[in-house]
Structures are given as C-alpha cells and as structure tokens.
Design a protein around this ligand. Structure first.
Ligand SMILES: [Zn+2]
Length: 240
C-alpha cells in the first residue's frame, strides 16, 4: 500500500471542521497515490457520475479531512497531485501556434503549476451586498458535497441545476428549493454577483502554462490553457 504523504491544500483548510467541530489543522491532512482498489471507481468515471465516483476515491486516498467538505480548488489540487504521484509529472497537450499556425505539442509540467492560496484570514460565511437589491447575503465556497448534490439534482431538474448550484452557496435558514425560486426571480446582476464570488476567491492550481513554439524560425512564446479532461483520472498509458 502506498504511503500517506503530507499535502499542502491551497484553501489552507480554513473552512474545514473535524468530527468534534474543531478546525482542521493543515498539517494533519495527508494523501496517498492511487492503487488498484481506486482504479475500480476511476476507470468507470464519466461526465454523468464523476462527482459520485470520485468521492469514493477521495474517501480512500485522503486522511485528516472529510472529502465532502473539500473546496473545489482543493479537489483540483488533489486531482493533479494524484496525476503527478500516480502516473506522470508531465502531460502532453496539442495546440496550434497562434503565430505560424503549425500544429505543435506542448509538454506541461503539472508538478510546477502555480498554486493560488485562499487569502489569509478568509472566513465563512462571507457577507456580500447585492448591487441591485442592496440586500446583504451570506455566501460560502462550493464544496465536493455541493457538486455531488448538484449531480443528483440535475438528473431530475436539468433546467434549474445551475441555479440550484448557487442556491447551495447561500448561507441562511431558508430551504434550498425556496432559494432556487428566489434566484430565479432575482435581478441578473445580483445573481452574477453571487456566481462571481466563487471566482473572487479562486484558489488552487492555475491551469495554464507558457510555451515556446518549437518550429524553426518561429519561437513564438504564448500561454496555453490546460483544459480539464477525463484523462486526468485515467490517462492513456501509451501517452505517459
Ligand atoms: Zn510557431
């Protein structure tokens, strides 16, 4: 069995609680690389069951924090950490040079991406004033639990699943379905304010890399976005 190693989650664990309701200490959180028992779930991941299946994997590979509480930034960090520690540090991506228009291949060092940390002193719930109504509401970051619930919800209510996702980020005493109704009647700018809260506190790996075009006489330098792909979970072995 692979050893559990210390990891440095970009949220700094500031929103996590242990079973006793006490804050989680970043130094107590560890992860191990994938093993055969994880691959049972990983190889069956598809866009419909990703959240549910990957939650099962997180339960086995993570120590010191309840995976349902993980922020999405921390989960992305873990997905890349697993890729680097279980498969390969580098990933090959295809792109087109914007200067000479040649098809080129870029090798990304996934172990060397910049990791944005959640700001020191970040606390939840976070009070936000809506620009149109002037109301103040309490918000929190999306978690793995939210994504698992959104995946379930969207099977029955496809149309409103986007609103349901952000309704879950509001912290109040109102039932979540009533919050969906509230969001559906809200001014678009107020809703955008709620949605953009997640970007405002973006943390985790910066999914972009710089590269130099290898074509002779070109040498153009550019930035390439690294797309989220299912082969982050199970890469083609011939590509490694
Ligand atoms: Zn070029």
């Amino acid at each position: 069995m692979a050893d559990f190693l210390p990891i440095s989650l970009p949220s700094r664990c500031v929103t996590y609680k242990n079973e006793n309701g006490d804050p989680v200490n970043l130094n107590d959180v560890k992860a191990r690389s994938y093993q055969g028992s994880d691959e049972i779930y990983i190889t069956q991941i598809n866009p419909i069951n990703l959240e549910k299946n990957y939650l099962e994997v997180l339960k086995s590979i993570l120590l010191g924090v309840d995976p349902l509480q993980l922020t999405l930034g921390d989960r992305m960090y873990l997905i890349l950490w697993e890729y680097v520690n279980s498969y390969s540090r580098t990933m090959r991506l295809k792109t087109v040079c914007a200067h000479c228009l040649s098809d080129i291949q870029v090798t990304v060092d996934l172990g060397n991406l910049e990791n944005v940390k959640l700001p020191e002193g970040y606390k939840e719930p976070y009070k936000v004033k809506l620009p149109v109504s002037g109301e103040k509401i309490n918000l929190r970051l999306l978690t793995v639990e939210d994504e698992v619930e959104v995946e379930k919800y969207s099977r029955k209510h496809r149309k409103t699943s986007m609103l349901y996702r952000y309704a879950r980020t509001i912290v109040d005493e109102v039932d979540v379905i009533d919050r969906v109704d509230r969001l559906s009647k809200m001014a678009a700018k107020d809703l955008m304010k709620i949605m953009s809260f997640q970007d405002e506190f973006f943390h985790g790996p910066e999914m972009k890399t710089t590269f130099t075009c290898p074509v002779e006489d070109c040498g153009e330098e550019d930035i390439l976005d690294i797309p989220f792909r299912l082969d982050f979970f199970f890469p083609d072995i011939s590509e490694l």
